[in-house]
Design a protein around this ligand. Structure first.
Ligand SMILES: *Cc1c(COP(=O)(O)O)cnc(C)c1O
Length: 409
């Protein structure tokens, strides 16, 4: 079977191997240690430093996953029982479930043809319980952050950016995760860069950093050495990254900008071959220079055209591709919220509650550029290692498939 995963996982090489071997040879796998501790390589701390630099963020906390990063971010922001958080209905379940697990209430919002949250549909969802907006930079595309930040400011709301699918993307020159109050990242195997599992929280706010760090490690202050008592201001959990994961995350973070520029040039080549075709539009990219270019998304004129195209590639329109669409989340549909959640406005989650989102996703098809993932409906396309000849072959194949759609009309 052909390889699946994100671009980072396609380019694991000598660099990752060296960092991992350092750790194993030192026989020191825990993230904390004194600078002179025997064998200690501080890979997790180096990964946090590297990430801070790449993102131009003041602080970074390494975590075990994107889900942990979202939970630590929500805890840092003080979001809990009874609070409402506005989140798009097209996202990975973790963006929604992490709000529920925090005791708060997800309020599902429509997406627009960028496949990210539609800022024009946010204000109607704001109530006196609304505490935050959780925009998700879906499929590598940064959200319309100018409009989102303006709404947040006007209504005094916090902004938690879910950057799990857009590690390294930027919006108008700023890396995603540094525009809102706090940003959550994932390094699972389908993301831009990967350490198998893993993640990070980034923020420019000292207090949010201390709280996110504390939540991720039993309330401790950042970078404790040994047993600290008397200095802990909150309760937390354990989401600590270990040194083996940190070693891979460090090597991958160093490759991030090279991965992004490689994907952008491959995507430009493929997209360039499809410009003149009928029956679809490319999804709107909110910042063409800043997107990750992990996927190419076609939005067909009709649902029937999208289905006819997919019948030929063996894929499915995004609406039916499985994960990431609220209609397919049996974990939340028609269910009660967790008992610890108080739900004064009686939020419910029902199929087809977001007609604009349904209409777009019925017609939208993902083609892989760097993320090869059937769960996103992107099992077909190219990857970061594809040669010019391979890209041309895929481009020509897509051209033929789309032109032949006219035969059934
Ligand atoms: C992958 C993903 C997550 C969760 O990341 P994990 O590392 O798998 O926990 C959260 N939000 C979005 C949008 C994602 O794509």
């Amino acid at each position: 079977m052909a390889r699946t995963g994100g671009p980072g996982s396609f380019v694991f090489g000598e660099e990752e191997k060296k960092e991992v071997l350092d750790v194993l040879e030192g026989r020191y796998l825990f993230r904390y240690g004194a600078a002179d501790a025997e064998g200690f390589c501080h890979k997790v701390v180096d990964y946090e430093d590297e990430l801070r630099k790449v993102m131009n963020a003041k602080h970074a906390v390494a975590t075990t996953s994107g889900t942990s990063s979202l939970l630590a971010s929500l805890a840092a922001l003080g979001i809990g029982a009874g609070d409402e958080v506005i989140v798009p209905g097209y996202t990975f379940i973790a963006s929604i479930s992490s709000i529920m697990i925090s005791g708060a209430i997800p309020v599902l919002a429509e997406i627009d043809d960028s496949l990210t949250i539609d800022p024009t549909k946010i204000e109607a969802l704001i109530t006196d319980k609304t505490k935050a907006i959780l925009p998700v930079h879906m499929l590598g595309n940064p959200c319309k952050m100018d409009q989102i930040m303006e709404i947040a400011k006007k209504h005094n709301l916090l902004v938690l950016e879910d950057c799990c699918q857009a590690v390294g993307a930027s919006y108008k020159g700023k890396r995603v995760g540094t525009i809102g109050d706090i940003g959550a990242f994932s390094l699972n195997v389908f993301k831009t860069i990967s350490s198998g599992d893993g993640g990070a929280v980034i923020t420019n706010d000292d207090n949010l950093y201390e709280r996110a760090f504390g939540y991720h490690d039993q309330g401790h202050k950042p970078n404790r050495l040994g047993v600290e008592v008397g200095n802990r201001s909150m309760v937390g959990v354990n989401m600590r990254m270990n040194e083996l994961t940190g070693a891979v995350a460090l090597a991958q973070t160093r490759k991030l900008d090279w991965i992004l520029s490689t994907l952008r040039s491959k995507k430009a080549k493929l997209k360039g071959m499809l410009q003149d075709l009928p029956y679809f539009k490319f999804r709107t990219i909110n910042d063409p220079e800043g997107e990750c270019a992990t996927l190419l998304t076609l939005v067909f004129d009709t649902k029937e055209l999208a289905e006819a195209f997919c019948a030929k590639t063996g894929g499915r329109p995004i609406a039916y591709s499985g994960w990431h669409v609220y209609n397919n989340m049996e974990q939340i549909l028609g269910k009660m919220l967790p008992a610890k959640t108080c739900n004064p406005n009686d939020q419910k989650y029902e199929k087809h509650m977001l007609p604009q989102t349904d209409d777009i996703l019925d017609r939208a098809v993902n083609i892989s550029v760097g993320v090869v993932d059937k769960g996103l409906g992107a099992g077909y396309g190219i990857n970061i290692l594809s040669t010019d000849e391979e890209i041309e072959a895929v481009g020509n194949n897509i051209r033929e498939l789309i032109l032949s759609l006219g035969d059934n009309k």
